[in-house]
Design a protein around this ligand. Sequence first.
Ligand SMILES: [Zn+2]
Length: 166
Amino acid sequence: MADLSRYTNSLQANRPNSRLACSFFMGTKMLQPELPVRWPELQQIARTVRNSAWCPYSRFQVGAALLTASGEIIAGCNVENASYGLTICAERTAACTAIAAGYQDFVAICVSLPGISVPCGACRQFLMEFNSQLLVLLDNTDHPLGTPPECVTLESLLPRAFRFQH
Ligand SMILES: [Zn+2]
């Protein structure tokens, strides 16, 4: 049987490091970017497009609103599939719609869903293709419309992302 006491002791020995890591995290959190001025519009559109979501399996509606450098706002919702694996997230739907419409410079994206509103790993990598400094607005729909969403950079959500060129 494994000797767990050694493991427990090492955990306790590492506690000071954990505190350091925690204060470091709080320090980075203070560097959060400001919300883009059009965040209320992005929030409204992202929440509205949730109603278009095709999600008969999870019943989990997600909306995204992508702000382009030229000021366009492109909406996207999640589109599920019976195979599950072919499901496409709202963020990627919005990005693909924008690309198809001729927009490639993205400034911000608002992601609206109930609960912990963060993009999945696949969407982080997908969006990284276009702008590592993309502002990601994390909108929890459990809060009333008009509640300022948390704003972070895409890079902070996906450090050391895979790229062909750096
Ligand atoms: Zn996703």
